[in-house]
Write a protein that binds this ligand. Sequence first.
Ligand SMILES: C[S@@+](CC[C@H](N)C(=O)[O-])C[C@H]1O[C@@H](n2cnc3c(N)ncnc32)[C@H](O)[C@@H]1O
Length: 121
Amino acid sequence: MQELALADVAAYRAYLEFYPAEWEVLDGMCHITISRFYRDKGVFDFLARQVLPEIVRMALERGEKTLRCWSAGCASGEDPYTLALLWQLHLKPRFPDLAMRIVATDADAAMFKRAELACYR
Ligand SMILES: C[S@@+](CC[C@H](N)C(=O)[O-])C[C@H]1O[C@@H](n2cnc3c(N)ncnc32)[C@H](O)[C@@H]1O
């Protein structure tokens, strides 16, 4: 509202009705796009120690050759790449007969472009 020099929410509501393209701008501002490698260490530890080994065993019992994972809401990609690191460092050496394939998606196109670039500090 400040950027558009609008006085209040009612004025912004009217602006949205007059300029429908603004909905996309507003939607973009409603996404929380925070992401970091190993963002929630406890969760990733639990994934590496318990969840992944268990589903790997289930997959192998079913004769699967690939374990497919979906990072839904990957933001700039740190989540799926952390998962790939867990796989490479902890699980692949233990389960060499299984491959991991990760699909990552995000509703925010700009965030997803950063994920595709995969360039991090
Ligand atoms: C807080 S970030 C979390 C990023 C990452 N998963 C992490 O934990 O580090 C949430 C992401 O979910 C995405 N998102 C929210 N709703 C979505 C939807 N319906 N479909 C796909 N992505 C969505 C947002 O664009 C945002 O990038």
